[in-house]
Design a protein around this ligand. Structure first.
Ligand code: ADP
Ligand code: MG
Length: 712
């Protein structure tokens, strides 16, 4: 029987696993047997082939010809001893080939080392405990937990699924989402099995646990990947320009050499002299070492950036970074610590705001306790969204024995909905808990919880809540509204969030990262504009912006998502001229819109993102920056650079490195190109006016080899 036909029980049996997962010993044994969950890199151009390539490209060929000519002259005029020169040129070709190869090899090693800096993590269930492990350690029979934005690490069968939708584009090329559930199915093609998640595809919404049945190259993706792998990186714009420039110089010197040979012949100078002259021009002008040197400079630069917590995924980003003129940055986690603490709560009917939640606010605390997606690593460590961790801590402190109800469904959070709902089985029925941005939750509430049960939400009550919301945001707090409702079993999923009962507001504080004000100051003095783009409330955003020095004037512009929707592209383009600008309550696709307009204004745009929906903005920007700690796999895969510490200051550090690399490469280029001219001029004198040679060809070779290869 195929895995997708089986019932869950049979699946576990056939893979000799249990819902609690394998134990460590058995997992270790299986890792030995099945090997790590990795797809081996396919065959690439062999080292020998690449070594030989160093002797067959244009410059090498020109030098081969030059040395051939030297030997030719020697055979005509042995007394000139041109064989020495021929040998010297040969020597240059060989040494150059070795050096270039070595430089490329080093560059490649440097970039490969970066890839290993950020291994992909998955949540595994082993002997009933959740733990975070490297994706490579997964074995068949493992139970894994996956949430929206994760890349599926291995082929697996769903055990539980809440609102699961996948994107199979990596395997089928088709990017429409498909929903998935746990029931056995009987379709023939693995891509259509509704109960399977395939390695390399993406979970774009929902929450799931799944049983792994194939890893590494045994997965569907592994089979395809081995066939279609192409590991060669495209050249960066700079590399491309250098390669082109080098080629142009080479052809020009070839042309000049031929021209002067012709002129010499026409003037009736001895042929051997004309040839020596042509050889001199070639040797002096062919820019052998340029490209490998620049490549190495970029690779080494990306290594320096990694030491400053900026991991470059594509070499072109190293260059683009240096010319960044605008950074669009997230707030939570990038500018702030993402270490949230509940500072204030507002419970209707209990006066104004308070510092701690009263134990009597039963439904409020239940919502804080239950409406979350955290994993308990051990009694003290919770894994997941810091906002939810803060709420659970608050609930546990106020009511240590508040009930935790089994969750049976979930409508997950995304930055568009700005709320999350979970459905739980409680005594005598079902209950939905919802929490999220007040703007996203309050409109769904038609009642307010009181000690004697829900009461209709009168206009005065709504105003009171809104007032409390305002006072909290003015203090810079991130405010969430908590609500619930009782649910009949037959309620359809899309009306679950209707008619909620409001229970209270929570105001969370998130301190800014201490390095950020200095980084903002650096940006300002370097002429880089920083624009905050957040899903949070405009007031909360503004208070933070003032704290970190992003806003110093009295009249900064704040534009909210709904306002942005009303702006025409031209209006937005003009709005972006404001010196101090904050976007708040924006949806991820609006982020992309902002990026596009900034690009149209001629800016080089860097943008940060962490969620599933941030992928388009990350792709559209010149530099897409994903979060290494909190970001989703989707965001990381769409990015050019990953912040290992999620810190805004690291972006600024990387830009500094990028600028340094650029100016080094420029100095090096100027040096090489100008050193070719002084080498060349004496030859003109020699040829045209019979002046003695200032530098012999041998000396030129020595100088060239030295300068071109030591540019890093
Ligand atoms: P940002 O990261 O820019 O602060 P997000 O898009 O992450 O914004 O969140 C937008 C809003 O969604 C937040 O201001 C908050 O009101 C709400 N929110 C964030 N996280 C959660 C969560 N775990 N559950 C419910 N609502 C949330
Ligand atoms: Mg966020």
């Amino acid at each position: 029987m195929k895995i997708y036909n089986l019932t869950l029980e049979e699946c576990f049996k056939s893979l000799r696993s249990r819902p609690q997962g394998l134990d460590a010993q058995e997992a270790g044994r299986r890792l030995q047997e099945f090997g790590p969950n990795e797809i081996p890199l396919g065959s690439r151009t062999s080292l020998a082939r690449r070594f030989l390539r160093g002797y067959t490209h244009l410059f090498a060929l020109i030098l081969w010809v030059a040395s051939g000519l030297a030997f030719l002259v020697h055979s005509w005029e042995p007394q000139q001893n041109m064989a020495t020169l021929g040998c010297a040129i040969l020597g240059v070709v060989v040494v150059n080939g070795i050096f270039s190869f070595w430089q490329e090899y080093r560059a490649e090693k440097a970039i490969a080392a970066l890839r290993n800096l950020l291994p992909r993590k998955v949540k595994l269930l082993r002997a009933g405990h959740v733990l975070q492990a490297n994706a490579a350690e997964i074995v068949p029979g493992d139970v894994i937990q996956i949430s929206a934005g994760d890349q599926i690490p291995a082929d697996c069968r769903l055990i539980t699924a809440f609102g699961v939708r996948v994107n199979n584009a990596t395997i089928t090329g088709e990017s429409l989402p498909h929903s998935r559930d746990t029931a056995p199915c009987h379709d023939a093609s693995p891509l259509r099995h509704r109960n399977l998640l395939l390695a390399g595809t993406w979970l774009i919404s929902g929450e799931a646990t799944a049983l792994v049945f194939a890893t590494g190259s045994h997965t569907e993706f592994g089979r395809i990947a081995v066939l279609t792998q192409s590991a060669n990186e495209p050249m960066t714009p700079l590399q491309y320009e250098i390669a082109r420039l080098s080629r142009i110089i080479a052809w020009i010197s070839l042309a000049i050499a031929v021209l002067f040979f012709g002129v010499g012949e026409a003037l009736g100078l001895p042929r051997w002299q004309n040839l020596v002259f042509a050889i001199g021009i070639l040797v002096a002008n062919v820019p052998e070492g340029l490209l490998p040197t620049v490549t190495l400079a970029l690779a080494m630069g990306s290594q320096r950036m990694a030491r400053r917590n900026a991991l470059i995924r594509h070499l072109p980003a190293v260059e683009t970074l240096g010319s960044t003129t605008v950074i669009c940055t997230d707030k939570t986690g990038t500018l702030t610590e993402n270490a949230l603490v509940v500072r204030e709560v507002f419970i209707p009917g209990q006066g104004g705001t308070q510092n701690t939640a009263p134990a009597t606010a039963l439904r409020f605390l239940e919502c804080a306790r239950n409406c979350q997606n955290l994993q308990e690593l051990d009694a003290h460590t919770l894994l997941g969204d810091p906002t939810e961790i803060a709420l659970v801590h608050m609930a546990k402190a106020a009511a240590p024995d508040a009930a935790e109800y089994p969750r049976i469904d979930e409508i997950s959070f995304d930055s568009e909905r700005k709320r999350v709902s979970t459905l739980h089985r409680v005594q005598g029925g079902l209950r939905l808990y919802t929490k999220g941005a007040p703007e996203a939750v309050l409109p769904l509430c038609n009642a307010v919880e009181t000690p004697s049960g829900p009461e209709a939400m009168a206009a005065a009550k709504r105003r009171k809540i809104e007032y409390a919301h305002q006072t909290m945001t003015k203090k810079g707090l991130r405010v969430l509204a908590l609500a619930f409702r009782s649910v009949e079993a037959a309620t359809p999923r899309d009306t679950l969030e209707h008619g909620l009962v409001f229970t209270g507001l929570v105001g969370l504080e998130d301190p800014f990262r201490p390095e950020v004000p200095e980084a903002i100051r650096k940006c300002r003095s370097a002429g880089i504009k920083v624009i905050m783009v957040t899903g949070d409330h405009p007031e909360t955003a503004l208070v933070l912006a003032k704290q970190i020095g992003l806003v110093v004037s009295e009249t900064p512009s704040t534009i909210t998502g709904p306002e942005l929707q009303l702006l025409s592209p031209a209006q937005l383009q003009l709005a972006l001229d404001a010196p101090e600008l904050i976007f708040a309550r924006v949806a991820p696709e609006q982020k992309m819109q902002i990026v596009d307009v900034l690009k149209r204004k001629g800016h080089v745009v860097a943008v940060t993102g962490d969620g599933v929906n941030d992928a388009p903005a990350l792709k559209h920007a010149h530099i897409g920056i994903a979060m290494g700690r909190t970001g989703t796999d989707v965001a990381r895969e769409s990015s050019d650079m990953i912040l290992l510490d999620d810190n805004f200051a690291s972006i600024v550090g990387a830009i500094e490195e990028g600028r340094a690399i650029f100016s080094n490469v420029r100095k090096f280029l100027t040096y090489v190109l100008t050193s070719n001219v002084p080498e060349f001029v004496p030859y003109m004198g020699f040829a045209l006016f019979q002046l003695p040679l200032a530098l012999t060809i041998l000396q030129i070779l020595a100088v060239d080899l030295g300068t071109d290869l030591n540019g890093t």
